[in-house]
Ligand binder design. Structure first.
Ligand SMILES: Nc1nc2c(ncn2[C@@H]2O[C@H](COP(=O)(O)OP(=O)(O)OP(=O)(O)O)[C@@H](O)[C@H]2O)c(=O)[nH]1
Ligand SMILES: [Mg+2]
Length: 379
């Protein structure tokens, strides 16, 4: 029997293969109209320092990694002083401005995304010739319409093919009904994700990676003044529009916040506070995305590594173990679990054990946000 972590005084015996969890990292696609500030926002999230556009015409997408800030992981790291601390990651894909080619032009990078973040322009910039009064709600609607049209094409084509396949007896259960429901929504200018489906229909739809079947968040990229006053031009309309479409809305001033993110860590807080912001841009996006996608974190701790893992709320202990390695999921015996708040209170394993706060849980235990977990398994 092997153990991962906790009861062995947090010594992680198991070396997982980082290659294996590549697919399980959340991917977020940034999109919007040209010159909305997508690449600037991408730089803010990833620190990648990609050159921003001086003209609308860039056709390459970029991929980078945003590390998800979490004060809990900072605390655990302080406690265990591990050789390595690994925050949760989000892969960010910066997609060029939607232009004449429409959304279909970026099918590759967008299809991969687990969620889409639509950036809207809330600033004017004379040097760039971006002088029109911002209309972020109209811009958001333009992007949504673009996505709806692209999905509509896919769904229509698929339904045509399906009638041929049907004759050949190659039907996926639930597919026809799911696509018809999606078609109806799209024809009414609604998103695919906004409809209700049976489990079977949902499964069938998942194969398509339709754009409007992805969770979406909206970002208003405004000026410094807009950020301070919370009354940027068009902000009220955008708030209303996003609310009606069940999209969380984040307000940023991407270039200014990017500058702040380059300052020494101890200075950043003051500057953010001065702008009326409690957290960095990446922290605000991560918080909104986790809530909207119903994601939570659990932690593994040890002298070698303290690490955050991202899972869907409702995940069982056994499935959560599979995030680390499929062997641990397969050979799962038990999980040793400590709640984060108990760890903050007691701080050592003997104390937790003494108070009965080190729990043994079986495979069907539903992992809670902030759980510190170690797995016993047999392979
Ligand atoms: N004044 C002002 N300028 C901004 C703001 N955000 C971005 N910019 C500037 O606008 C220009 C375009 O920004 P990008 O981030 O390249 O915009 P983009 O959406 O990636 O543009 P495309 O990829 O070409 O569609 C850059 O020169 C930015 O510095 C902002 O909030 N205020
Ligand atoms: Mg760009």
């Amino acid at each position: 029997m092997q153990k991962l972590g906790l009861s062995n005084y947090f010594c992680n015996l198991f070396r997982y293969n980082p290659e294996e969890d590549k697919d399980s990292i959340m991917k977020i696609g940034l999109l919007g109209l040209p010159l909305a500030g997508k690449t600037t926002f991408f730089n803010l999230l990833t620190g990648a320092g990609v050159a921003t556009a001086t003209y609308a015409g860039e056709r390459d997408s970029h991929t980078g990694v945003a590390k998800v800030p979490d004060e809990r992981i900072d605390f655990l790291s302080g406690l265990y002083k591990p050789q390595k601390t690994t925050q949760a990651r989000i892969d960010i894909i910066d997609i060029p401005g939607l232009g004449q080619g429409g959304a279909a032009e970026f099918a590759g990078p967008m299809q991969d995304a687990d969620a889409l973040v639509i950036i809207t322009r809330g600033f004017t910039n004379d040097a760039l010739g971006v002088c029109d009064q911002p209309q972020p709600a109209a811009d958001l609607q333009d992007v949504l319409t673009e996505l709806i049209i692209t999905d509509l094409n896919v769904v229509e084509r698929r339904l045509e093919r399906l009638s041929k396949n049907k004759k050949a007896g190659k039907e996926i259960p639930g597919e026809q009904e799911a696509l018809e429901k999606a078609l109806q929504a799209l024809e009414n200018e609604q998103t695919v994700i906004g409809q209700e489906y049976t489990a079977q229909q949902r499964l069938a739809l998942n194969n398509y990676g339709l754009y409007t079947d992805k969770p979406m968040l909206a970002v208003l990229n405004t000026s410094e003044e807009g950020l301070r006053t919370k009354e940027a031009p068009g902000q009220a309309e955008l708030e209303e529009y996003a609310y009606r479409h069940h999209m969380p809305l984040l307000t940023v001033c991407a270039p200014l916040e990017e500058e702040i993110s380059e300052l020494p860590e101890e200075e950043r807080g003051l500057f953010l506070e001065d702008l009326g912001l409690k957290k960095s841009g990446v922290a605000r996006l991560a918080q909104a995305a986790y809530a909207h996608l119903d994601l939570i974190s659990y932690f593994t701790v040890g002298s070698d590594e303290v690490r955050a893992w991202t899972i869907k709320r409702g995940t069982t202990a056994r499935e959560a173990a599979g995030k680390i390695h499929s062997d641990i999921e397969r050979g799962f015996i038990r999980a040793e679990v400590v709640s984060y708040k108990d760890m903050v209170q007691e701080r050592t394993v003997p104390k937790l054990r003494e108070k009965g706060l080190l729990r043994l849980e079986g495979k069907d235990y539903i992992v809670q946000d902030g759980d510190i977990m170690a797995f016993r398994f047999n392979v």
